[in-house]
Design a protein around this ligand. Structure first.
Ligand SMILES: Nc1ncnc2c1ncn2[C@@H]1O[C@H](COP(=O)(O)OP(=O)(O)OP(=O)(O)O)[C@@H](O)[C@H]1O
Ligand SMILES: [Mg+2]
Length: 254
Protein backbone atom coordinates (compact mmCIF):
# COMPACT_ATOMS: atom_id res chain seq x y z
CA UNK A 1 0.00 0.00 0.00
CA UNK A 2 1.31 3.42 -0.85
CA UNK A 3 0.12 6.82 0.28
CA UNK A 4 1.35 10.08 1.68
CA UNK A 5 3.86 9.67 4.50
CA UNK A 6 2.50 10.04 8.02
CA UNK A 7 3.17 13.63 9.10
CA UNK A 8 5.85 13.98 11.74
CA UNK A 9 3.84 16.75 13.39
CA UNK A 10 0.09 17.14 13.25
CA UNK A 11 -2.03 19.76 15.00
CA UNK A 12 -5.77 19.23 15.03
CA UNK A 13 -7.87 22.27 15.97
CA UNK A 14 -5.34 23.37 18.59
CA UNK A 15 -6.35 26.26 20.82
CA UNK A 16 -4.51 28.00 23.64
CA UNK A 17 -6.45 30.55 25.65
CA UNK A 18 -5.18 33.06 28.19
CA UNK A 19 -8.34 34.07 29.99
CA UNK A 20 -10.64 35.49 27.35
CA UNK A 21 -7.85 35.76 24.76
CA UNK A 22 -7.53 32.89 22.31
CA UNK A 23 -3.87 33.32 21.40
CA UNK A 24 -4.11 30.18 19.26
CA UNK A 25 -7.57 29.54 17.93
CA UNK A 26 -8.31 26.23 16.25
CA UNK A 27 -5.08 25.71 14.32
CA UNK A 28 -4.76 22.57 12.20
CA UNK A 29 -1.60 21.80 10.28
CA UNK A 30 0.59 18.88 9.29
CA UNK A 31 4.34 18.86 8.74
CA UNK A 32 5.89 15.95 6.84
CA UNK A 33 9.16 14.28 7.87
CA UNK A 34 12.04 16.34 6.48
CA UNK A 35 9.80 19.28 5.62
CA UNK A 36 10.88 22.85 6.38
CA UNK A 37 7.96 25.03 7.35
CA UNK A 38 7.87 28.72 8.22
CA UNK A 39 5.26 30.17 10.56
CA UNK A 40 4.78 33.83 9.77
CA UNK A 41 2.30 36.47 10.88
CA UNK A 42 2.19 39.87 12.56
CA UNK A 43 3.19 40.54 16.19
CA UNK A 44 0.80 38.84 18.57
CA UNK A 45 -0.52 36.45 15.91
CA UNK A 46 0.13 33.50 18.24
CA UNK A 47 3.30 32.09 16.67
CA UNK A 48 5.33 31.63 19.85
CA UNK A 49 2.29 30.35 21.72
CA UNK A 50 1.82 27.78 18.97
CA UNK A 51 5.44 26.65 19.49
CA UNK A 52 4.78 26.41 23.22
CA UNK A 53 1.76 24.22 22.53
CA UNK A 54 3.87 21.94 20.31
CA UNK A 55 6.76 21.74 22.77
CA UNK A 56 4.48 21.25 25.78
CA UNK A 57 5.18 24.57 27.47
CA UNK A 58 1.64 25.86 27.05
CA UNK A 59 -1.37 23.74 27.95
CA UNK A 60 -3.77 23.47 25.06
CA UNK A 61 -7.35 24.36 25.88
CA UNK A 62 -8.64 22.42 22.90
CA UNK A 63 -7.51 20.13 20.12
CA UNK A 64 -4.65 17.68 19.84
CA UNK A 65 -0.94 17.57 19.03
CA UNK A 66 0.55 14.40 17.60
CA UNK A 67 4.16 13.60 16.93
CA UNK A 68 4.70 10.67 14.61
CA UNK A 69 1.99 8.21 15.55
CA UNK A 70 1.86 9.40 19.16
CA UNK A 71 -0.67 11.75 20.72
CA UNK A 72 1.53 14.04 22.83
CA UNK A 73 -1.18 16.53 23.83
CA UNK A 74 -0.99 15.62 27.53
CA UNK A 75 2.74 14.92 27.73
CA UNK A 76 5.17 17.18 29.60
CA UNK A 77 7.70 19.33 27.75
CA UNK A 78 10.45 17.08 29.09
CA UNK A 79 8.80 13.95 27.71
CA UNK A 80 8.23 15.61 24.32
CA UNK A 81 11.89 16.62 24.21
CA UNK A 82 12.84 13.00 24.86
CA UNK A 83 10.62 11.93 21.96
CA UNK A 84 12.49 14.30 19.65
CA UNK A 85 10.77 17.68 19.76
CA UNK A 86 13.57 20.22 20.09
CA UNK A 87 13.67 23.97 20.34
CA UNK A 88 16.32 26.59 20.78
CA UNK A 89 17.43 27.29 24.32
CA UNK A 90 17.58 30.84 25.50
CA UNK A 91 21.13 32.04 25.95
CA UNK A 92 20.37 32.39 29.69
CA UNK A 93 20.53 28.59 29.88
CA UNK A 94 24.23 28.66 29.10
CA UNK A 95 27.17 28.72 31.47
CA UNK A 96 29.18 31.80 30.45
CA UNK A 97 32.31 30.54 32.19
CA UNK A 98 32.34 27.27 30.27
CA UNK A 99 33.44 26.79 26.70
CA UNK A 100 31.17 26.21 23.75
CA UNK A 101 32.08 22.54 23.77
CA UNK A 102 31.50 22.13 27.50
CA UNK A 103 28.05 23.72 27.22
CA UNK A 104 27.25 21.35 24.38
CA UNK A 105 28.36 18.37 26.42
CA UNK A 106 25.86 19.38 29.10
CA UNK A 107 23.13 19.77 26.48
CA UNK A 108 23.85 16.28 25.17
CA UNK A 109 23.32 14.96 28.67
CA UNK A 110 20.00 16.78 28.78
CA UNK A 111 21.23 19.12 31.45
CA UNK A 112 20.74 22.84 31.50
CA UNK A 113 21.48 25.63 33.88
CA UNK A 114 18.02 25.24 35.37
CA UNK A 115 19.06 21.94 36.88
CA UNK A 116 22.34 23.26 38.32
CA UNK A 117 24.25 20.48 36.68
CA UNK A 118 27.85 19.89 37.67
CA UNK A 119 30.23 19.34 34.79
CA UNK A 120 31.92 15.99 35.00
CA UNK A 121 35.63 15.90 34.24
CA UNK A 122 35.38 12.52 32.57
CA UNK A 123 35.94 12.18 28.85
CA UNK A 124 32.63 11.97 27.05
CA UNK A 125 31.77 8.53 25.83
CA UNK A 126 31.41 7.68 22.15
CA UNK A 127 27.83 8.63 21.43
CA UNK A 128 28.07 11.76 23.52
CA UNK A 129 31.23 12.90 21.75
CA UNK A 130 29.66 12.24 18.36
CA UNK A 131 26.58 14.29 19.24
CA UNK A 132 28.81 17.18 20.36
CA UNK A 133 30.86 17.02 17.14
CA UNK A 134 27.73 16.88 15.04
CA UNK A 135 26.19 19.87 16.83
CA UNK A 136 29.43 21.89 16.46
CA UNK A 137 29.59 21.02 12.79
CA UNK A 138 25.96 21.73 11.91
CA UNK A 139 25.89 25.01 13.80
CA UNK A 140 29.07 26.29 12.17
CA UNK A 141 30.81 26.52 15.56
CA UNK A 142 33.68 24.05 15.16
CA UNK A 143 36.31 26.78 15.10
CA UNK A 144 34.84 28.31 18.27
CA UNK A 145 34.62 25.14 20.34
CA UNK A 146 37.21 26.13 22.97
CA UNK A 147 36.02 29.70 23.43
CA UNK A 148 34.30 30.77 26.65
CA UNK A 149 30.62 31.24 25.96
CA UNK A 150 30.51 34.71 27.50
CA UNK A 151 33.05 36.03 25.00
CA UNK A 152 31.04 35.02 21.91
CA UNK A 153 29.61 37.68 19.62
CA UNK A 154 25.83 37.96 19.56
CA UNK A 155 25.63 36.16 16.24
CA UNK A 156 27.77 33.33 17.57
CA UNK A 157 25.61 33.10 20.68
CA UNK A 158 22.58 32.57 18.44
CA UNK A 159 24.50 29.87 16.55
CA UNK A 160 25.33 28.24 19.87
CA UNK A 161 21.65 28.28 20.81
CA UNK A 162 21.06 26.32 17.65
CA UNK A 163 23.93 23.97 18.50
CA UNK A 164 22.47 23.39 21.99
CA UNK A 165 19.16 22.35 20.46
CA UNK A 166 20.90 20.11 17.92
CA UNK A 167 22.91 18.46 20.70
CA UNK A 168 19.71 16.91 22.03
CA UNK A 169 19.37 15.15 18.64
CA UNK A 170 15.81 16.24 17.84
CA UNK A 171 13.71 14.88 14.97
CA UNK A 172 11.75 18.13 14.87
CA UNK A 173 13.42 21.46 15.57
CA UNK A 174 11.42 24.58 16.42
CA UNK A 175 13.31 27.81 15.76
CA UNK A 176 11.70 30.99 17.09
CA UNK A 177 13.18 33.97 15.20
CA UNK A 178 16.72 32.57 14.89
CA UNK A 179 17.91 35.73 13.13
CA UNK A 180 16.23 38.28 15.42
CA UNK A 181 18.56 41.09 16.42
CA UNK A 182 21.37 40.00 14.12
CA UNK A 183 23.33 42.29 11.80
CA UNK A 184 22.96 41.82 8.04
CA UNK A 185 26.18 39.79 7.89
CA UNK A 186 25.15 37.64 10.86
CA UNK A 187 21.71 37.04 9.30
CA UNK A 188 23.34 35.81 6.12
CA UNK A 189 25.55 33.49 8.14
CA UNK A 190 22.60 32.17 10.16
CA UNK A 191 20.62 31.57 6.96
CA UNK A 192 23.55 29.58 5.55
CA UNK A 193 23.79 27.52 8.72
CA UNK A 194 20.04 26.75 8.72
CA UNK A 195 20.09 25.92 4.99
CA UNK A 196 22.91 23.45 5.56
CA UNK A 197 21.18 21.57 8.40
CA UNK A 198 20.65 17.85 7.70
CA UNK A 199 17.74 17.36 5.29
CA UNK A 200 16.18 14.64 7.45
CA UNK A 201 15.75 17.10 10.33
CA UNK A 202 12.23 18.53 10.21
CA UNK A 203 12.23 22.28 10.79
CA UNK A 204 9.52 24.68 11.85
CA UNK A 205 10.75 28.21 11.92
CA UNK A 206 9.19 31.49 13.03
CA UNK A 207 10.70 34.43 11.19
CA UNK A 208 9.64 38.03 10.73
CA UNK A 209 11.97 38.63 7.80
CA UNK A 210 9.86 37.30 4.92
CA UNK A 211 12.72 37.27 2.42
CA UNK A 212 14.85 35.22 4.77
CA UNK A 213 12.02 32.86 5.76
CA UNK A 214 10.88 32.16 2.21
CA UNK A 215 14.42 31.28 1.14
CA UNK A 216 14.76 28.65 3.84
CA UNK A 217 11.52 26.67 3.67
CA UNK A 218 9.36 24.40 1.53
CA UNK A 219 6.06 25.65 2.92
CA UNK A 220 4.59 28.50 4.91
CA UNK A 221 1.71 28.89 7.35
CA UNK A 222 0.59 32.47 7.94
CA UNK A 223 -1.17 33.06 11.27
CA UNK A 224 -3.42 36.00 12.01
CA UNK A 225 -5.29 36.47 15.31
CA UNK A 226 -4.39 32.91 16.30
CA UNK A 227 -5.84 31.35 13.16
CA UNK A 228 -4.38 29.99 9.95
CA UNK A 229 -4.90 32.72 7.37
CA UNK A 230 -3.10 31.10 4.43
CA UNK A 231 -0.90 28.09 3.85
CA UNK A 232 1.18 27.48 0.73
CA UNK A 233 4.60 27.26 -0.85
CA UNK A 234 6.91 30.29 -0.76
CA UNK A 235 5.90 31.48 -4.23
CA UNK A 236 2.20 31.33 -3.42
CA UNK A 237 2.79 33.18 -0.13
CA UNK A 238 4.93 35.84 -1.82
CA UNK A 239 2.10 36.65 -4.20
CA UNK A 240 -0.76 36.34 -1.72
CA UNK A 241 -2.71 39.57 -1.26
CA UNK A 242 -4.05 38.63 2.21
CA UNK A 243 -0.55 37.92 3.46
CA UNK A 244 0.72 41.20 2.09
CA UNK A 245 -2.12 43.02 3.78
CA UNK A 246 -1.75 41.55 7.28
CA UNK A 247 1.93 40.79 7.35
CA UNK A 248 3.67 43.37 5.25
CA UNK A 249 1.07 46.04 5.95
CA UNK A 250 -0.66 48.03 3.27
CA UNK A 251 1.66 50.61 1.72
CA UNK A 252 1.33 54.06 3.23
CA UNK A 253 1.67 55.78 -0.09
CA UNK A 254 -0.63 53.73 -2.25
N1 LIG B 1 1.58 33.84 29.05
C1 LIG B 1 0.70 34.66 28.49
N2 LIG B 1 -0.31 35.19 29.19
C2 LIG B 1 -1.23 36.02 28.63
N3 LIG B 1 -1.21 36.37 27.33
C3 LIG B 1 -0.22 35.89 26.57
C4 LIG B 1 0.78 35.00 27.10
N4 LIG B 1 1.62 34.67 26.09
C5 LIG B 1 1.18 35.32 25.00
N5 LIG B 1 0.09 36.04 25.28
C6 LIG B 1 -0.70 36.83 24.33
O1 LIG B 1 -1.08 35.95 23.29
C7 LIG B 1 -1.02 36.60 22.02
C8 LIG B 1 -0.08 35.85 21.12
O2 LIG B 1 1.23 36.00 21.60
P1 LIG B 1 2.49 35.31 20.92
O3 LIG B 1 3.67 35.66 21.75
O4 LIG B 1 2.18 33.89 20.70
O5 LIG B 1 2.55 36.06 19.51
P2 LIG B 1 3.67 36.03 18.40
O6 LIG B 1 2.99 35.77 17.12
O7 LIG B 1 4.78 35.13 18.80
O8 LIG B 1 4.17 37.55 18.40
P3 LIG B 1 5.63 38.18 18.11
O9 LIG B 1 5.76 38.21 16.62
O10 LIG B 1 5.54 39.55 18.69
O11 LIG B 1 6.66 37.32 18.78
C9 LIG B 1 -0.60 38.03 22.31
O12 LIG B 1 -1.75 38.82 22.39
C10 LIG B 1 0.10 37.92 23.64
O13 LIG B 1 0.02 39.14 24.35
MG1 LIG C 1 6.81 35.37 19.16
Amino acid sequence: MTGPATPLLRLTSVSVAFGALRAVDGVSLAVAPGERRAIIGPNGAGKTTLFNAIAGEAAVTGGAVSFGDKDVTRLSAHRRAQLGIGRTFQITNLFGGLTVEENLRLAVRGLTRRKFAILSNGTPRGAEALAVESALDHSGMIARRSVLTRTLSYGEQRQLELAMALAARPKLLLLDEPAAGLSAAERTRMAEVISALPRDLTLVLIEHDMDLALKLVDSVTCLHFGRVLVEGNPDAIRGNAQVQEVYLGTPRHA
